[in-house]
Design a protein around this ligand. Sequence first.
Ligand code: ZN
Ligand code: ZN
Length: 416
Amino acid sequence: MEELMEGPKGILLVGDGLGDRPVAELGSRTPLEAAEKPNMDRLAAEGECGIMDPIAPGVRAGSDTSHLALLGYDPYECYTGRGPFEAAGIGMDVKQGDVAFRCNFTTVNDDMVVTDRRAGRITEGTEQLAAAVNGMQIEDVTCLFKESVAHRGALVLRGPGLGANITDTDPHVEGAHVHEAKPVDPNDAASAKTARIVNQFVKKSYEALKDHAVNKAREASGQKPANIILPRGAGLAPSLTPINERFGLTSACVAETGLIKGVAKYVGMKIIDVPEATGGLDSNLIAMAKAIIETLKDHNFVLCNVKGPDVAGHDAKAQVKVDFIQIMDEMVGYLLDNVDENTYIALTADHSTPISVKDHSGDPVPIAFWGPGVRTDKVMHFDERSVTSGGLHRIRGCYIMNILTQLMAIQEKFGA
Ligand code: ZN
Ligand code: ZN
């Protein structure tokens, strides 16, 4: 049992892909403008608002690079691929200098031609298959492998002198031969070494898996064998100063997706799992809000990512996004009703996922800071256009932690 924590607290609540553009179906309003959301509007009215470029103006942010920026880390410096964050997100221990990959269990024929990129969407037995390749030693490199959900997994290469600038082994289409990984720059010896190791790992994974009992049983029942592992998205694990050390925090993360959990874990945050948080539109956001309040008893900062708005944006479902925003509004209401008096809430998005784009765009997102003593402005509504007249004007995501920690009065003074 950790000690109860006194003093100011901070919550960074991120609606994934919450920002949008005007939608004809909604009368040229954005989903935030069209939604009935009294609690978000209260937060905006009582808080200080602005518009925010998660990474920089016009940059189309991924969720991982954006969350790095929102937490105060420069993604241009520390991000070479999603592999390390993906691996951390499924609970693998990723260390500085490791090269990590996302992987698929795949089906190939005897000629190494991919016949099913997802091995018949395998759902069972991947733990045993993973055990058959995990810990493999190739040259002076240890290959750590862990299964994730369905046909997915992650590979971490640990050893001296590895680079991450290599091409993928996954041909990304069926009917094509497994690719040989190559260094993008032939003079890059570190990446050449990684490519060599990866090619051997792929070959050895086939040798270890093709006659594995799990695959024999799959074939006997007419299913496709998961007989090879194809890594992609190589990333060099960066050295990052833990967030608690940088900002004087005791921090935790309530999130739904492995990718966000991976970023949070990588910067040293404690991961709080909420079983009812599904990452979909059926997620239980009140359960997440309760977890935030509970976590703040012994932590002073919680990052929470709610995935639903991004799902609706990718699916181009305007009314679904509006409805989900209204559910998220109830979550905001729960937080407003249950936080201690000395708590600050920053409400924002990690990027826009406009209905009309069906993907992440470079449009800025609304942000509001709420809590005791904030300089209230004239903004009354939390949406993309209302907030532009707020006191924060236009800021970048990398300023959030500075603003929050100075409101919390836990930031050290710069200078005398
Ligand atoms: Zn996102
Ligand atoms: Zn997305």
